[in-house]
Design a protein around this ligand. Structure first.
Ligand code: UDX
Length: 433
């Protein structure tokens, strides 16, 4: 199949590279000339394990190429994916669809023959209908089927999620489009991945419903962790005890500083707007957003408390700044709330993150160090904020010796309370005695 991917952000680039790896011919298009130039040199705009090698292999074998515009590829494509950003619209939290509509308008003017136009970007219910209307308006004669095919890629394991997904969701009404989509995902039939064909609106909603449910699940266990702290219970064992119930499931029950990232905050917000506009407000999701926002702010208080109620003039070392490990993404990271809050209270912040380079711009006044041991030197407290693997195997005796006072606040429950105590740390974590 001949595929065009519009947008070389996280989703577009990973999806494009994976479709090429499936054996399809893929052209990835992006308006950002610099990005395209760098991709042509094999330089990735994001950090994602395995991506660079996969791109290099598929480029070398002639199945993947990059261009800032490629009218020939668009005209010849069997399927064109729109994978541009849908950021929260400034001021009102609705998804900003201007990039999606602009892409649809542009390709509509070029397509030739039967073409499947697929939205991979996360878009509110009804966007497919709007795209359909745009295509009909620009090219009443065009033979285009508009399809919804949401992504469920987690940053850090996006390739695995693309190639071994729990399911693929496809929303459409056209039998020819169904055949094209089935052919595109044919390699997944071999490992018996469920492919759910449904209508377009349902498909669009499934994406939001899945993300909202996961955000709610995390928020549920986070509140349970607060309760555990009050009543002397252990949230990890609560999570295990409830997660073993197959109806609940063990995943996404790790209590922490609150969810962040490019999807959950933005998508939950867009969903509650869609819901209230439609007269069916989603109160559980509204509460999830509220509780999660408050939680990120409350984490600074937890750190202050561990330091005896006053952080003025104290040095706090933060390990991990990205919203989760194995990504360089800082979007809506709890660090963006916690660090400025501590700075306002007069704390000096030293930090280390393996990939979060953007933090240098987003977090002014922070001293960035080259490694965990450098960052912890002379600190009054160490906060483990993002659970990168390299922080799981720290030489804790060395850490203790480097710190001014051995106070550790573990916001990801990476260490064992008994062991930390034994090593002489004043240790606090999330929802554990
Ligand atoms: C998410 C969805 O998982 C993915 O399917 C979707 O398409 C895009 O959004 P992503 O944002 O990359 O993926 O990260 P994810 O692994 O889902 O984590 C999101 C946030 O939840 C992170 O801040 C993470 O630290 C937090 N989290 C996750 C928890 O606090 N506890 C958990 O148990 C799981």
């Amino acid at each position: 199949m001949r595929v065009v991917m519009i947008g070389t952000g996280y989703v577009g680039l990973v999806s494009g590279a994976c479709f090429a790896d499936f054996g399809h011919g893929v052209t990835c298009i992006d308006k950002d000339d610099d990005k395209i130039a760098r991709l042509k040199q094999g330089l990735m705009p994001i950090y994602e394990p395995g991506l660079e090698a996969m791109v290099a292999r598929n480029v070398a074998e002639g199945r993947l190429c990059f261009a800032s515009e490629a009218p020939d590829a668009v005209a010849e494509a069997d399927a064109i994916f729109i994978a541009v950003g849908t950021p929260s619209r400034r001021g009102d939290g609705h998804a900003d669809l201007s990039y999606v509509y602009a892409a649809a308008e542009e390709v509509a003017g070029i397509v030739a023959g039967f073409t499947v136009l697929v939205t991979k970007s996360t878009v509110p219910v009804g966007t497919g209908d709007e795209i359909d209307a745009i295509v009909r308006r620009v090219r009443p004669d065009a033979d285009v089927a508009v399809v919804s095919n949401p992504e469920f890629l987690r940053e850090g394991s996006a390739i695995e999620d693309f190639k071994r997904p729990d399911r693929v969701v496809v929303g459409l009404a056209d039998e020819r489009a169904k055949a094209v989509m089935a052919e595109l995902y044919r390699p997944l039939y071999l490992n018996e991945t469920p492919i759910l064909f449904t209508d377009r609106r349902t498909s669009e909603l499934i994406k939001y419903a899945a993300n909202a449910f996961l955000a709610m699940k995390i928020t549920f266990i986070n509140e349970m962790a607060d309760l555990c702290e009050k009543v002397g219970a252990n949230v990890q064992q609560v999570a295990r005890g409830v997660g073993l119930d197959k109806r609940i499931g063990a995943k996404f029950l790790n209590a922490g500083p609150g969810y962040g990232g490019s999807c959950f905050p933005k998508d939950t917000l867009a969903l509650v707007h869609t819901a209230s506009d439609s007269g069916a407000p989603l109160q559980l999701v509204e509460a999830t957003i509220r509780v999660n926002d408050a939680r990120k702010r409350a984490m600074a208080g937890k750190i202050v408390e561990a330091l005896g109620g006053d952080v003025a003039g104290k040095t706090i070392c933060i390990l991990g700044l990205t919203f989760k490990p194995n990504t360089d993404d800082m979007r809506d990271s709890p660090a963006l709330e916690i660090v400025p809050a501590l700075q306002r209270l007069g704390a000096r912040i030293r930090a280390f993150d393996p990939e979060g380079r953007e933090a240098r711009v987003l977090l002014p006044g922070v001293m960035f160090e080259d490694g965990p041991y450098e960052a912890v030197e002379g600190a009054d407290a160490m906060v483990l904020l993002t659970e990168w693997d390299q922080f799981r195997a720290l030489d804790l005796d060395r850490i203790g010796a480097l710190m001014r006072t051995p106070v550790v606040i573990d916001l990801r429950n990476v260490y064992r309370p008994d062991e930390m105590k034994q090593r002489g740390f004043a240790y606090s974590s999330i929802g554990r005695p």
